[in-house]
Design a protein around this ligand. Structure first.
Ligand code: HEM
Length: 457
């Protein structure tokens, strides 16, 4: 808004620009068009939420509930479940400028053309049964983390750091048949590169993607992944493990793309679960009675869980579903249309920039009872009226998160084992739960590392 166009003095607006005056009082919506907040709505949102764009978008989700979609910053946000389902199935992955400036731009995350072969080539590795067969590797890594936490944390734990290292080791062991030894501190450099790019640049915006620091981190990340890929290609497959992911990738898309997709697996496989676990424990320290109840379940089922990772954990599973409802780590799903297309009553020009707004849909007061509250047993009773049938933390359709089975198993095992071995409490250093958004990769993270007081059991 230009200087002198609107002057705001003590709860009065003074408007001295005719165009703005008209815009303030425009009727924001007429049937068949995409509604857009008026300048007045923008101004009020700014007063209410400052620069917190995620909260503004969440507010607009309920505001435009009837229309089911809205435009904000030239992007179209879909918040109606039916429209969202249609958009997910009918439109293509990504958007015109999706992943521009990102080291993941040439991976199959953003590409709708190359992805089917790559996806097919690696699908077997990500299948639920293949992942479950490797649960022992995850359990070994989680146990190692717990042992190290006991020795090294002295009662105060930075769970963000530990779970980042854990997630890196699990991606290495389960997906790549490689030992990164993140928990032993051997891959500090790799984690540092990822965090410089993902947190400092894209989420916190402390540095830009053309800064020297970013470039150095990206070059180093490239160097490490090239080395890892070359080493892995030179090794024979373990006959018990089947073909390595890196070999399948290499055969499907050649060295350069395989290297970029390795970067994708390292980033997507590490930061997503490593952001979710700290959120879980932040909530469990805010609700200690829930933590105790879940610990009782973990204690009684841990023996069976270790030998069969698929057994139901009714309370822990329900709580994790609720965490991914209230705080979906991937808050948007990006889609675009190569050709003009109609979506419900709306006609879209080609190359519209479309976001299915999971965060808003999961928290809409029109779809969920007590929508903004943490209700840990909401998902325990499938017939509960507290539930909506539109729940998409991992997306949906042909481009659903390929790592969802890995993520889910890792989360339930890590949470059950951590609860069985430790109590988590709030301490002086424990931060409030606030989020920053990486709009490039459509991920939210807690804005700072999550630290707790840890009591060994
Ligand atoms: C809590 C953990 C996770 C959440 C909430 C999550 C969520 C998502 C979502 C919403 C999408 C987009 C789906 C769409 O466009 O329809 C996605 C895509 C993807 N995820 Fe995950 N994810 C998680 C963990 C992981 C893990 C552990 C990996 C392992 C490597 C992974 C790898 C990927 C990849 C490669 C894609 C792109 C798939 C494609 O475009 O075809 N994710 N994820």
């Amino acid at each position: 808004m230009g200087k002198n166009e609107i002057i705001f003095i003590k709860s009065h607006f003074f408007i001295n620009d005719k165009r703005i005056f008209e815009n303030l009082f425009q009727i924001p919506y007429s049937a068949g068009t995409i509604p857009e907040p008026s300048l007045l709505t923008h101004a009020l949102l700014r007063l209410k939420f400052g620069s917190n764009k995620l909260s503004k978008l969440e507010y607009l989700t309920d505001y435009y509930n009837k229309e089911g979609l809205f435009k904000y910053d030239a992007k179209i946000y879909i918040v109606d479940p039916k429209l969202a389902q249609t958009a997910i199935n009918k439109l293509e992955k990504g958007a015109e400028n999706y992943l521009e400036d990102s080291p993941l731009k040439d991976t199959f995350l953003g590409s709708s053309q190359k992805s089917p072969e790559t996806r097919r080539a690696i699908a077997a590795i990500f299948r639920k049964t293949s992942i479950e067969e490797k649960s022992n590797m995850m359990i070994k890594d989680i146990d190692l983390m717990c042992e190290k936490m006991k020795v090294e944390t002295k009662g105060h734990v930075n769970i963000t750091e530990w779970t980042l290292r854990l997630a890196l080791d699990i991606v290495g062991h389960v997906l790549l048949q490689l030992d990164f030894r993140g928990l032993d501190g051997h891959q500090e450099k790799l984690l540092e590169c990822m965090m410089t790019m993902l947190h400092r640049c894209y989420a916190l915006r402390e540095i830009t993607s053309d800064s020297k620091e970013f470039q150095n981190a990206n070059d180093e990340f490239d160097k490490i992944t090239i080395q890892v890929l070359e080493d892995a290609l030179n090794k024979d497959d373990d006959p018990h493990e089947g073909k390595r992911l890196v070999k399948s990738l290499h055969e499907a898309c050649g060295f350069d793309e395989a290297k970029d997709n390795m970067k994708l697996f390292l980033m997507a496989g590490t930061e997503t679960t490593a952001s979710t676990i700290p959120v879980v424990f932040s909530l469990l320290t805010q609700y200690p009675e829930v933590q105790d109840e879940l610990r009782d379940e973990a204690d009684s089922l841990i023996g069976r869980l270790r030998s069969d990772p698929t057994i139901p954990l009714p309370k822990i599973d329900a709580m994790m579903k609720e965490v991914l409802r209230l705080y979906p780590i991937a808050p948007f799903i990006s889609r675009q249309n190569q050709h003009p297309v109609s979506l419900g009553p709306i006609s879209l020009e080609k190359h519209a920039d479309i976001l299915i707004f999971t965060w808003g849909i999961h928290r809409s007061e029109y779809l969920w009872k007590r929508s903004k509250e943490f209700v840990p047993d909401r998902f325990r009773d499938p017939s509960s009226k507290d539930q909506s049938n539109f729940y998409i933390p991992f997306g949906a359709g042909s481009r659903v998160c390929i790592g969802q089975h890995l993520a889910w198993l890792e989360l339930r095992l890590a949470i059950a084992i951590l609860l069985n071995k430790f109590e988590f409490h709030k301490g002086e250093e424990t931060p409030d739960l606030n989020f920053v958004v990486d709009y490039h990769h459509a991920v939210v993270h807690p804005d700072v590392d999550m630290k707790f007081v840890l009591k060994e059991r």
